[in-house]
Design a protein around this ligand. Structure first.
Ligand code: SF4
Length: 61
């Protein structure tokens, strides 16, 4: 499985991860991306690649 971490200090809430994630892991809450469906993560790392602020880290555990 994969851990999805969003650095709230870096996140600007642009929603790129919400749009690109194929399984709907992210939701915007209060202007920040929150990995609400972390257990669904496929580990594709598209969100890491698309995030303009480098706020997302995917870790395989
Ligand atoms: S690694 Fe892929 S499946 Fe996992 S949260 Fe990011 S975009 Fe979604």
């Amino acid at each position: 499985m994969f851990l999805v971490n969003v650095d709230k200090e870096k996140c600007t809430g642009d929603g790129e991860c919400v749009n690109i994630c194929p399984v709907g892991v992210f939701e915007l809450q209060g202007g920040k991306a929150v990995p609400v469906n972390q257990d669904q993560c496929l580990g594709c790392r598209s969100c890491e690649a698309v995030c303009p602020s480098g706020a997302i880290t995917i870790t395989e555990v």
